[in-house]
Design a binder for this molecule. Structure first.
Ligand SMILES: [Zn+2]
Length: 306
């Protein structure tokens, strides 16, 4: 009985051992299954990762195809507007800064060159201190008729002589009082007007020394000696009418036209003419018989001294 019982126990133990081993085996088997599952789950991941990779690849290829097409378009668009937008901004701000001084400093040098026939003398353009033209000649020596100060720059003097002969041919006698006036002489005149009329009126009818058109040696005042001299009525005189209609043919302009005192700085002076050359004088006359030099050239003027 003992032997049989011990055999039975041994058999049970062996069975238990076998069951335990089997249990371990089955318990271990799902583990690899689990690992397989994650592996299987991992594989779809790479598939998904491949798909997105593949899809991005075609997308990239499509986008890269589009991008090169877009980038040239979109890049230029933002790049072009950016650079113009950026460069214009500094350019705009720079021009604005440079434009402001331009009206003051970038005026054509011809208007401040004393050797130019377009030299400007007005209340915003002062001639160089003590300036006197180097080529002054006596107009009476070449065929003009000046009574007080008959000196002018040579080219203007000859033009006056030619104009005087042409007027005489039309039955008009051209005569003038003063042409060139030195700065010191102008000072005497101006100071006399100030003493007589005060500064305000003196500035309307006369120039301060250094600002006079007469100091250029290119201007002169015509007279007739019949009572209309140095008044607006001179425009109705034979000389006034002839000069208004013909002076430009000889290179002269009416320097202080009617209705332009705010621009030229001086009242209407139908007797004061200024030599600028035939081409310029004709061009100004053709704009309007009362077109001013300042208007024609856009040169600053006005009634206030600067
Ligand atoms: Zn004058």
């Amino acid at each position: 009985m003992r032997g049989l019982l011990s055999k039975l126990i041994l058999t049970i133990l062996v069975l238990l051992l076998a069951i335990g081993l089997l249990g371990r085996f089955y318990a271990a088997k799902p583990e690899p299954e689990n690992t397989e599952e994650p592996v299987a789950a991992v594989t779809p991941e790479p598939e998904q990762s491949e798909e997105p990779q593949e899809s991005p690849q075609p997308q990239e290829s499509s986008t890269t195809e589009e991008i090169p097409a877009e980038t040239p378009e979109t890049n230029p668009e933002p790049a072009v507007p950016e650079t113009p937008a950026e460069s214009p901004q500094p350019q705009e701000s720079a021009p604005v800064e440079s434009i402001q001084p331009e009206p003051v400093y970038t005026e054509d040098p011809v208007f401040t060159d004393v050797n130019s026939l377009l030299i400007v003398a007005n209340k915003t353009h002062r001639l160089p201190e003590g300036y006197a033209p180097a080529d002054l000649i006596n107009v009476n020596d070449v065929g003009g008729w000046g009574t007080i100060a008959p000196y002018m720059r040579a080219e203007a003097a000859y033009a006056v002589a030619e104009m005087t002969q042409a007027a005489a041919a039309d039955g008009v006698t051209l005569m003038f009082s003063s042409a060139y006036r030195s700065e010191s002489y102008q000072k005497q005149l101006y100071d006399g007007y100030v003493a007589q009329y005060g500064v305000e009126r003196a500035d309307r009818i006369s120039s301060r020394p250094g600002y006079s058109d007469h100091q250029t040696g290119l201007a002169l005042d015509f007279i007739e000696g019949k009572g209309a001299d140095f008044t607006s009525d001179f425009e109705y005189s034979a000389s006034g009418i002839w000069l208004r209609d013909n002076a430009h043919y000889y290179g002269f302009i009416m320097r202080y036209p009617k209705g332009k005192a705010d621009i030229t700085g001086y009242s209407y002076e139908p007797w004061h003419f200024r030599y600028v050359g035939v081409d310029t004088a004709t061009a100004i006359y053709n704009v309007d018989v009362f077109c001013s030099f300042e208007e024609y050239f856009g040169v600053s003027g006005g009634t206030e001294y600067k």
